[in-house]
Design a protein around this ligand. Structure first.
Ligand code: FES
Ligand code: FES
Length: 137
């Protein structure tokens, strides 16, 4: 009955996934499980048995960052970084479903992820930039 979040961080050493509230409210622990964005603090590890899990560590391709990771860097969309991995995975999920979202759709797509630092504007800008393929190689 261990939480998936704890198994990822403590047993597998994948500390990119962060814990904020631990209650399913903040989205800091967001990961993709079988292609669905979930809060890993709410998932018993047993429930993930056999599932395909993507954490922030799985986005970069060798040394090449994912375009959304680059966009976050270019737009200054990260400060303390606690929300960033979950925010980026929520953005990956959004762009998979809707490659060219409007600003309203970006706000909606990231509405389950809270940030206490940035004021969100740089985050929305980063997602819009990635959606327009304007990220430097
Ligand atoms: S730590 Fe899981 S939603 Fe906040
Ligand atoms: S960068 Fe600190 S919570 Fe978002």
């Amino acid at each position: 009955m261990a939480r998936l979040l704890d198994v990822l961080r403590e047993e597998l050493g994948l500390t990119g996934t962060k814990e904020g509230c631990g209650e399913g409210e903040c989205g800091s622990c967001s990961i993709l499980m079988d292609g669905v964005l979930v809060n890993s603090c709410l998932i018993p590890a047993l429930q993930a048995r056999g599932a395909s899990i993507v954490t922030i560590e799985g986005l970069a391709n060798d040394d090449r960052l994912h375009p959304l990771q680059k966009a976050f860097l270019e737009c200054g969309a990260t400060q303390c970084g606690i929300c960033t991995p979950g925010m980026i995975l929520a953005a990956v999920n959004l762009l998979d479903k809707n490659p060219q979202p409007s600003l309203e759709e970006i706000r909606e797509g990231l509405s389950g992820n809270l940030c206490r630092c940035t004021g969100y504007l740089q985050i929305f800008e980063a997602v819009a930039k990635a959606s327009r393929n304007e990220v430097a190689d």
